[in-house]
Design a protein around this ligand. Structure first.
Ligand code: F6R
Length: 265
């Protein structure tokens, strides 16, 4: 894992957007795996800015989101479809037909959604870059602790902790779903490259377990230790429980030196 500890939320957003933009510039028809939640919003704004500046086009890009609630229709502002339209898709030149979420349409059997979603990802040639956030309990997507590390897209019951953490996004009398369809951990691990963003002190413990403790289904994000190409972007708060911060900073310094030498600067 490459651990990059940055000054603040904005620096994490900018570094994340640079990684996405570099890929989309290099591979115009890249396939992105995307996350919702509070964390990636600043990065999406940054991508919208880069697009508006005229430097970045998503015309041929395809996207697959990690998850979607069951029982919330796409036109409900609480759906992850509505989130993606609002936070990113409506403000860039992406073709809506190329944007996918594991949605369970009215009347559709939710058990069929997972395998069909896996097939769509395969048909698109797999995911080039998967963007992830991390739950306070170490979940990635909605793969809650004890999820199979070999899982694929399927229905998951959210933990009470996750429902509680997400309550801030719902009104007092608003229906809050407790079921979702999520990419599995194996689906995420199949991505060619992974970018995980975490900010704020509430994520410090989950981040420490992901990076510095043994791989365990009790901390689903820890499976990323087994992936060859993972970049973790943290602000200082999210990195505050890490024991080896000096080493991670030292590695980044060495990387800058190496790149400087290569660029002749
Ligand atoms: C979102 C998702 C979740 C979030 C995680 C962190 O699509 O799959 O795993 O990334 O719950 O959420 P925030 O960013 O709101 O703290």
């Amino acid at each position: 894992m490459e651990i990059n500890i940055l000054e603040n939320v904005q620096a994490v957003a900018e570094a994340g957007a640079d990684i996405v933009a570099e890929l989309v510039t290099r591979k115009k028809d890249a396939t992105l795996g995307l996350a919702t939640g509070g964390t990636p919003i600043a990065m999406y704004r940054q991508l919208v800015d880069l697009h508006r500046e005229g430097d970045l086009s998503f015309r041929d890009v395809a996207t697959f989101n990690l998850d979607e609630y069951i029982g919330v229709s796409p036109d409900n502002p609480q759906s992850y479809r509505a989130y993606m339209q609002r936070e990113l898709f409506d403000d860039i030149d992406i073709d809506r037909a190329n944007t996918h979420l594991p949605e369970c349409a009215e009347g559709q059997d939710p058990l069929e959604v997972g395998p069909a979603y896996e097939e769509k990802i395969r048909a698109a040639g797999g995911i080039d870059l998967q963007v992830l956030g991390i739950g306070r309990n170490g979940h990635i997507g909605f793969n809650e602790p004890t999820s199979s590390l070999a899982s694929h897209t399927r229905i998951k019951t959210l933990t009470r902790e996750t429902v509680e953490a997400n309550r801030r996004y719902f009104g007092e009398n608003e229906f809050q779903p407790e079921l979702a369809i999520t990419m599995g951990i194996a689906t995420i691990m199949d991505a060619r490259e992974i970018l995980l963003l975490a900010t704020g002190p509430m994520k410090a413990e989950a981040v420490e377990k992901m990076i510095e403790e043994p791989v365990s289904a009790m901390s689903p994000a820890s499976i990323l230790q087994m992936h060859e190409r993972v970049t973790v972007l943290l602000d200082r708060d999210a990195a505050s429980a890490l024991s080896h911060r000096d080493y991670y900073d030292w590695v980044q310094e060495q990387k800058r030196r190496l790149l400087g030498r290569r660029d002749g600067s």
